[in-house]
Design a protein around this ligand. Structure first.
Ligand SMILES: NC(=O)C1=CN([C@@H]2O[C@H](COP(=O)(O)OP(=O)(O)OC[C@H]3O[C@@H](n4cnc5c(N)ncnc54)[C@H](OP(=O)(O)O)[C@@H]3O)[C@@H](O)[C@H]2O)C=CC1
Ligand SMILES: O=C1O[C@H](COP(=O)(O)O)[C@@H](O)[C@H](O)[C@H]1O
Length: 496
């Protein structure tokens, strides 16, 4: 059951870290400023550094000011924040924290409701969950929920081990596994576009769609995250979670109701229908890449292997492209192509649905290309939808030209599109787990991805680095589609 005026204490483990400062504090602030949370909330930050409440509140204010330009005095908001010096491995600290939370419950009328947000290194997730239970922090008179950041494991086996640990302390319906793509406005719109439009749903199948392309490209390189990225690579960092989640939303059947369980169950069915590939066949379906030096915004930039904490012979992929087949009635024969990479030409996440050509096209001569109908869902930075249709070309009545019908979601007021973390935190406070990943989804995604990593980890990538910074990835990625008679679409919406 969800409620619109949630009351709770949010305990942030790792409150002095990057995620808390860059994403969580500004998101909580926006919920407050937009009256989604009012006065019945408190935030308790915990980490090892010896800060006072005042130090912590100053950090919170700085973080808001860095990411939010308004002239409001932030003292009232910051007064809801408290800091506890805390070592996640010390049981006495949990006891002390529990007593403090009980005091705050009375002070803020939070009715014993608690969110434990684990914004710490993943190796702490299991320990913290177990300690929260053993020290009584989960036995409150209200509800308690655990928010877990990615990565959720390193492969299926470790994810399962972590899940078992967490499940000893929390039930599945108390666990909120974050995939921040599920908080993005246009990712949430995929379902609405599909299931609220009579003109799309009847065509959404292998009779009318020839292929679907999901691209998430970044301009940024690995920056200072080399240590983490070396053990992850683009496959674990982006494909196992964000890319497969978008694919599941595009491929799933309509849920019978808009409840978390019904939606998740349809996503799980779609993921289960993905055709497994064998370790030996990986090269037929997936290509990997690693960025080289290049020119970005007029400046020369380093290769991945030159980044700090990265091995100078690193085998880690910074780019992945793949072809995924879904073996069910709706999708048999329709390839879903996915592509994600760092240091690419532009920052863009978009989904292109390419419709099949008509059996006969009257309106082109032999020198013109056929222009298929395309539905493009622009996830970011542009948010919107565009539809490529064919229309009459000037005075040449026998030739058609592509025209574009576009809807820009963020053209009027960019600032009003809520940040993914803001949306997800609010959902969690209201007990709505629709846009969090269920264990079954995580498990299926890992099983699919593990086969690919087994192949890649067992042989070195002799062609690395194989794409220039600022390019669209390695040539092999184009070849993957060319062998099926397709090519990657790059559809940049009109400037807003
Ligand atoms: N940063 C990002 O943009 C993203 C991060 N994530 C995930 O979020 C999590 C946090 O990432 P990030 O904020 O970047 O990490 P940071 O390294 O910046 O922060 C880690 C935090 O953990 C605290 N900490 C470390 N050891 C202990 C301990 N023994 N007891 C208590 N606190 C401890 C640190 O504070 P102190 O040293 O004071 O103890 C610090 O506050 C990770 O799981 C990451 O994968 C996911 C997506 C994006
Ligand atoms: O989860 C992650 O996502 C970001 C990309 O997120 P976006 O919202 O900017 O598209 C990626 O840079 C990072 O490596 C990965 O961990």
């Amino acid at each position: 059951m969800t409620t619109n005026n949630p009351k709770s204490i949010i305990v942030i483990f790792g409150a002095t870290g990057d995620l808390a400062n860059r994403k969580l504090f500004p998101s909580i602030y926006r919920l407050y400023r937009n009256n989604k949370i009012t006065d019945d909330f408190a935030v308790v930050g915990v980490a090892r550094r010896p800060l006072t409440n005042d130090d912590f509140r100053n950090n919170v204010k700085k973080s808001i000011e860095a990411f939010q330009s308004d002239d409001i005095d932030h003292d009232d908001f910051a007064s809801h924040f408290y800091y506890n010096p805390f070592d996640a491995t010390d049981l006495d600290h949990y006891k002390r924290l529990n007593e403090f939370l009980l005091q705050l419950d009375d002070q803020y009328n939070t009715e014993g409701n608690r969110i434990f947000y684990l914004a710490m290194a993943p190796n702490f997730f299991g320990t913290i969950a177990a300690n929260l239970k053993s020290e009584g922090l989960t036995q409150t008179k209200g509800w308690s929920r655990l928010v877990i950041e990615k990565p959720f494991g390193h492969n299926f086996e470790s994810a399962q081990e972590l899940n078992n640990q967490i499940r000893q302390a929390f039930n599945e319906d108390q666990i909120y596994r974050i995939d921040h793509y599920l908080g993005k406005e246009m990712v949430q719109n995929i379902e609405v576009i599909r299931f609220a439009n009579a003109m799309f749903e009847p065509l959404w199948n292998n009779q009318y769609i020839s292929n679907i392309q999901i691209t998430s490209s970044e301009v940024l390189g690995v920056e200072d995250r080399g240590r983490y990225y070396e053990s992850s690579g683009a496959l674990r960092d982006m494909v196992q979670n964000h890319m497969l989640q978008m694919l599941a939303l595009l491929a799933m059947e309509p849920p019978i109701k808009l409840t978390p369980n019904e939606i998740r169950s349809e996503k799980v069915k779609a993921l289960r229908a993905i055709r497994p590939i064998s370790v030996d066949d990986v090269d037929k379906y997936f290509v990997r890449g690693q960025y080289d030096r290049g020119i970005l915004n007029g400046e020369e930039v380093n290769a991945y292997r030159e980044s700090s904490s990265v091995d100078s012979n690193s085998n880690t992929e910074t780019f992945v492209a793949g072809k995924i087949l879904i073996d069910n009635f709706r999708w048999a024969g329709v390839p879903f192509y996915i592509r994600t990479g760092k240091r690419m030409e532009k920052k863009s996440t978009e989904i292109v649905v390419q419709f099949k050509d008509l059996p006969m096209n009257l309106y082109y001569d032999k020198t013109e290309n056929v222009h298929p109908n395309l539905l493009v869902i622009h996830i970011q930075p542009h948010e919107g939808i565009s539809l490529q249709l064919n229309a009459k070309k000037g005075d040449q009545g026998t030739v058609s030209k592509p025209i574009d019908l576009s809807f820009n979601n963020n053209s009027k007021d960019k600032m009003n599109t809520p940040e993914a973390y803001e949306v997800l935190l609010y959902d969690c406070m209201r007990g709505d787990s629709t846009n969090f990943t269920h264990w079954d989804e995580v498990a299926l995604s890992w099983k699919f991805v593990d086969v690919i990593s087994q192949n890649w980890e067992n042989k070195s990538a002799d062609d690395y680095p194989n794409y220039e910074s600022g390019s669209n990835g390695p040539k092999k990625s184009d070849a993957l589609l060319e062998q099926d008679g397709f090519h990657w679409w790059t559809v940049t919406p009109e400037e807003e």
